[in-house]
Design a protein around this ligand. Structure first.
Ligand code: SPV
Ligand code: MG
Length: 294
């Protein structure tokens, strides 16, 4: 395992994220899968980037099913972090294996400067929470051990470790999800993500109602998208993750434009519907006078 490193400077992305999570307004993270999409998230004014396993897997043309390796996920998170000033919250799935893998992930991500890691209590290999498949969980104590191991190898106390419970995804009830989440906090989690595939927010709101800790809660309102940020904040959620709206917008937009291009006789048909090159240059940070003579 890599040797220890000096603590990061105050004002690091991790320190800022930690302060924001204890602040007086909701922190909004949006899913991304590469430098460009992370830049779009920052430019739109969001406070954090969610390095989504679903998006990164999809960007490889693969299902979100533990097929992409830790180093591929890490490289994607590094690419996002390198071109943004807002913190990257890395979706680390199950921690990529057992407790030792989770601790190793913490060391590698932290060394790379990633502000936060999120680890979930499903069995490795996992499958996306919305997939019509078995969503088997690790026993509570086994996942708590992953959290403990990951927390223990942290060298920067500001690095945020989010424990995610998939209890509701696995079909368990809110009391079981709460029991798990409290055990994860006791093991060293700095925040708890409670995931839900309900169409309505009542399930996560009931969870928040039973929450007996100051540790901030995290919501991913993908299916229960009618809930508002202020309703979530009022219930105790401090971080809201819009996990995949950007990727889904891109898929729809590209599909529509390519369909139109296919039916047309030339590129003029789609010109008004696509970003000008100048806009992409701006996103890339292309210097306007690079290579021209004075
Ligand atoms: C992701 O964005 O990869 C997530 C959220 O983990 S979900 O796809 O809802 O599982
Ligand atoms: Mg994921």
């Amino acid at each position: 395992m890599p040797e220890s490193q000096p603590p990061r400077a105050p004002g690091s992305k991790a320190a800022r994220l930690r302060a924001q999570l204890n602040g007086s307004s909701v922190v909004r993270a949006v899913g991304a899968h590469d430098g460009l999409t992370a830049k779009l998230v920052q430019r739109a004014g969001f406070e954090a980037v969610w390095a989504s396993s679903f998006e990164i897997s999809a960007s490889h043309g693969l299902p979100d099913a533990s097929l992409v390796t830790m180093t591929q996920y890490l490289d994607a998170a590094i690419a996002m972090d390198a071109v943004t000033d807002i913190p990257v919250i890395a979706d680390c799935d199950t921690g990529f294996g057992g407790p030792m893998n989770a601790a190793y992930a913490m060391q590698r991500y932290e060394r790379a400067g990633i502000a936060a890691l999120c680890i979930e209590d499903k069995l490795f290999p996992k499958i996306n929470s919305f997939a019509d498949a078995a969503q088997d969980l690790l026993p509570t104590e086994d996942f708590a051990l992953k959290i403990k191991n990951a927390a223990e190898v942290r060298t920067d106390p500001d690095t945020v470790l989010i424990a995610r419970t998939e209890a509701l995804i696995a079909g368990l009830e809110v009391p079981e999800a709460l029991e798990r989440a409290h055990a994860y906090v006791a093991a060293g989690a700095d925040a708890v993500l409670v995931h839900s595939k309900s169409r309505r927010p009542e399930e996560v709101l009931e969870f928040a109602d039973g929450w007996q800790s100051d540790v901030p809660l995290v919501a991913v309102p993908t299916t229960y998208h009618t809930v508002t940020e202020s309703e979530l904040y009022g219930a105790g959620f401090r971080l809201v993750i819009y996990a995949n709206q950007g990727l889904r917008a891109a898929v729809k937009g590209v599909q529509e434009v390519l369909h139109e291009l296919d039916l047309a006789t030339g590129a003029a048909a789609v010109e008004e519907r696509i970003a000008p090159m100048a806009e992409v240059f701006a996103l890339q940070g292309m210097p306007s006078s690079f290579g021209t003579k004075p």
